[in-house]
Design a protein around this ligand. Sequence first.
Ligand code: ASP
Length: 363
Amino acid sequence: MKLFGTGGTIASRLDYRTGAVIPAFSPGELYGAVPELADICNLTTEKVFAVFSENMGPQQYIQLARAIGEEIENGIQGIIIGHGTDTLHHTASALTFMVQNPPVPIVLVGSQRSSDRPSSDAALNLIHSAYTAGHSDIAEVMVCMFGPTSDEYGFLHRGTRVRKMHSSYRSTFRTIGDVPLATVTRDKVSPIKQNYKPRRQDRQVKILPYFEEKVTILYYYPNMQPDIIDALVDRGYKGIVIAGTGLGHVNKPVYPALRRAVEKGVHIYMTVQTLWGYVHMFVYDTGRDLMDLGMIPAENMLPEVAYIKLGWALGQTYDREEVKKLMLTPINDEITEKEPYNGYLVYQGGVPEVEEFIRKHHK
Ligand code: ASP
């Protein structure tokens, strides 16, 4: 098994003089700090980067994808990637697109609190991820992080449906638009979703390390001005993902700029700011007008995932139909047929069921 270190809080310690979190631990030291890992699997470690995750980007995704491909060819049985939590979900979706059909688990893991603090989630997340990489039957790109309220179990989230949802809680990662892939304890992975891709013994994996960097994401806000879009076109941007309001809308004054962008060959995909649910552009005239302008609805793909996928697709081709086919053909559930009714559960205090749940779990 291989642990790749990229940095983040999981590979950091607190400087007690200044209170700052500093990247310090090497993957090897981390291994030393959590000796339990040795009982779970036989790990080798490699520091690929030492950055906080806001500094990860396409070049790093490509380097990681290639390194993973080599490890798989050489016979590795599972891969763990230590990573900052802030952009863990971007990297997870990039690797889903760049490393296709892996025969073994590829598990991204981070921590919200540095390893030397009593409340750190680093050790438990590492133990869970090591167990997953070493023993799970799920051969997908996953995010392994702290469970919902306690340290009884962790969650495995599918790399394309996960998002960081709280700036400081340890239980920050949520599967969006679905239920999580599985729960994991120190000695058991229990799938929740049954449609996972199982572990295989062959070494066939497709590495597609492409990315067009002239892609951006536009978060719509009321009174957005068309010059924003004009500026992107004039600067040579090839792709724009819009996170629109409601079912996927933007205001009328930007329509001419969008038309011009499409005419100039820019690929524009619509997603929703609500995160849950689908883009529906047939419901209102505004949606139909936008589609006439050439906007393509991205179904229930999360905005960040659509951004990563568009960069990846445009890294391969600028052909409109081919890009559309790549974008709208799901590789691992970035688009799903429906969102399960029990997926959308947002904790809201004051509701009797939730209060009961909290009483039980927070003694
Ligand atoms: N800023 C850090 C990062 O994403 C936070 C963390 O690791 O939790 O690298």
